[in-house]
Write a new protein. Structure first.
Length: 330
């Protein structure tokens, strides 16, 4: 196609930022080895921040946001990919400093492109997107550290968010007992549909009285909010347990002591989805297509068009939402 449509974030003369769908051409796209016709993208909180003047995501305008995309290769100078290949693009600088996935066409370096697993559709891939990829990295870390359903309950914070909800679903489907926290209205019904054993309030994982070592409550924990919640998880996880950390929605500051590590042998595992090594990235997508594939993933999904995207992004910045938006291009 000589022209195509994309969502642009632009800075107005008065300094304000506007978001709109516009027609553009291939000259707009940045350099890259692989050009892809996008079939689906997904909407993440980072994408919503990209539409805000003080969102600390976009550093130059105009910009096309969107940190996820799946589609079919239309042109390639890469030795890894050829025209017609079905692929996934997430992470690195995609949708942050490099034009992203809210566009009918994208052009990216080959290192950012992962082949679509055979048992995963392009739509399926974006039902997971970066959130599902991060959730799967967290689950894999628990399994690599020997976590088993018979160990006891696993705590999941921020469970109504993208990472937390998919983590809850994967763990429950694998037979783990999940204790999930959320403060959003309606989240209890959603999380129970995904298999959570119990849904508690945010404050349940953030008690007023902080202890260096609290009562052993969880076998393991998955944290996506950081701050005092992560501190509590470390203090309340049973001997030999694993706690994963992938976010800082609450705070980037962590106050703890050495006691959970030297008296209970707790492992704290950091989860990075942005610069995760390529081989591991491919492996995790294969896990998503097989062992981590959720039978109930559509419970979370709201499918929208590119024209509906500005409204969806505004909703995320104003009031949040339950579930995940995916954008259908074809």
């Amino acid at each position: 196609m000589s022209t195509f449509r994309a969502l642009f974030v632009e800075e107005e003369p008065d300094g304000k930022v506007s978001t709109s769908v516009k027609e553009t051409d291939l000259k707009t796209l940045p350099d890259g080895d692989v050009t892809i016709r996008v079939h689906y993208s997904s909407v993440n909180y980072k994408d919503a921040l990209a539409t805000l003047k003080d969102g600390k995501i976009v550093s130059r305008y105009p910009f096309i946001p969107g940190i996820d995309a799946s589609g079919i290769v239309t042109e390639s100078t890469s030795t890894r990919f050829k025209k017609g290949d079905a692929v996934i693009v997430t992470s690195y600088e995609f949708g942050v400093s490099h034009f992203g996935g809210f566009s009918e066409l994208i052009r990216v370096p080959e290192e950012w492109v992962v082949p679509l697993p055979k048992s995963l559709s392009l739509r399926d891939a974006m039902c997971y997107g970066t959130a599902g990829f991060t959730a799967s990295l967290s689950v894999q870390a628990l399994l690599d550290n020997g976590a088993k359903p018979e160990d006891g309950p696993i705590a999941v914070s921020g469970a109504s968010g993208g990472v937390g909800s998919i983590t809850t679903g994967i763990l429950a489907q694998m037979g783990f007992s999940v204790l999930a926290s959320s403060g959003k209205a309606g989240s209890e019904i959603l999380l129970e549909k995904l298999g959570a054993r119990e849904v508690v309030s945010r404050s349940d994982f953030n008690p007023e009285k902080k202890r260096a070592l609290d009562t052993e409550r969880f076998a393991h924990a998955v944290d996506s909010v950081g701050g005092d919640v992560l501190s509590y998880f470390l203090s309340a996880t049973k001997y030999g347990g694993t706690v994963t950390a992938c976010g800082m929605a609450l705070s980037g500051k962590l106050e703890t002591t050495v006691f959970p590590f030297i008296l209970r042998g707790i492992s704290l595992v950091g989860i990075d989805s942005v610069y995760c090594p390529y081989e591991k990235r491919v492996h995790i997508w294969e896990q998503i297509a097989t062992n981590f594939k959720l039978a109930k993933i559509d419970t979370l999904i709201h499918e929208i068009s590119l024209d509906e995207l500005p409204k969806a992004l505004l909703q995320m910045t104003n009031e949040g939402m339950l579930g995940r938006y995916i954008v259908k291009f074809i």
